[in-house]
Design a protein around this ligand. Structure first.
Ligand SMILES: [Zn+2]
Length: 274
């Protein structure tokens, strides 16, 4: 159930400093944090993002921007590939030079995209300094972070071996056992990669529902809830091109909402600080 944390008092689950995480139990609102010096009053205003550390909000915003950039790169690369691949495979002589160039651009864009995506999620799941690890929402946050580590490692392994193996083979500097071992590792990395994408997807939708309550944004909450089941179904029909594009648009939209809300909260924070 969506429940925006409207009442600040009701939302306080622990009394931690919003900038350094220092345990403020026993201190009064007029006092300052012994660790970083900001007023205790600022840390007890509540769970809504507008009361949290501006640096934390900046990290979340950077995350949303990076994920959107990654998605754009992946989609453009996918469409370029779709357009360039059949042309390139037909008649090599009749193909303008731009086609193989586009194919190369597409694979570079795709690689950058699949690396930027977990990096973006790393920022969007930044830890609120004023929250402890055992609180609500932290489990999905940590699960997203764990899965993006595996995502990055398996991506780099699979791509790295995929790119370097043909070069090694051409130079003749590799025996058969080593080549088949590397191929096995690359294959295993690809399977792990697929599994962690699924894990990351489910964990991130749970995490976003938690974040949505703190923005607060009912539309982000509802979209994350919708995408939880609709996203995978649309992606199953990836060979028809349009369904996965719809999924990406729904996902991209949700990130735009998050970005807009974060921007509004951040300028509100700046205005009240001035
Ligand atoms: Zn502090």
């Amino acid at each position: 159930m969506y429940s925006a944390s409207v009442e600040p008092e009701a939302a306080i689950k622990s009394v931690r400093c919003i900038t350094c995480g220092y345990d403020l139990v026993g201190l009064t609102p007029e006092m300052a944090c012994p660790e970083c010096g900001i007023s205790v009053e600022r840390s007890i205003r509540g769970d809504l993002l507008r009361w949290r550390d501006p640096k934390y909000l900046k990290r979340l915003h950077t995350g949303a921007v990076l994920i959107q950039t990654a998605l754009s790169l992946i989609v453009v690369a996918f469409l370029l590939q779709l357009f360039a691949a059949p042309l390139a495979s037909t008649n090599m002589r009749g193909v303008p030079i731009i086609v193989p160039l586009l194919a190369i651009l597409a694979s570079i864009g795709f690689t950058v995209g699949v690396i930027l995506y977990p990096v973006g999620w790393f920022f969007l799941t930044a830890r609120d300094p004023g929250r402890t690890d055992d609180e609500k929402g932290q489990r999905s946050r940590r699960l997203v972070r764990l899965s993006i580590v595996f995502m990055l490692v398996s991506t780099v392994l699979a791509f790295g071996i995929g790119f370097t193996l043909p070069l090694f083979a051409m130079s003749g500097a590799m025996n058969e056992q080593l080549a088949s071992l590397l191929l096995f590792i690359a294959g295993a990395a690809q399977i792990v990669n697929l599994l962690v994408w699924v894990l990351q997807y489910y964990a991130s939708m749970a995490y976003l529902r938690w974040l949505a309550e703190r923005i607060p944004s009912e539309r982000v909450y509802k979209r994350a809830k919708l995408l939880l089941w609709l996203g995978p179904i649309l992606l199953l029909f990836f060979c028809f091109v349009i369904p996965p594009l719809i999924a990406v648009v729904l996902y991209y939209n949700m990130l735009s909402w998050i970005r807009t809300e974060l921007n509004a909260i951040r300028s509100e924070q700046l205005a009240s600080a001035a």
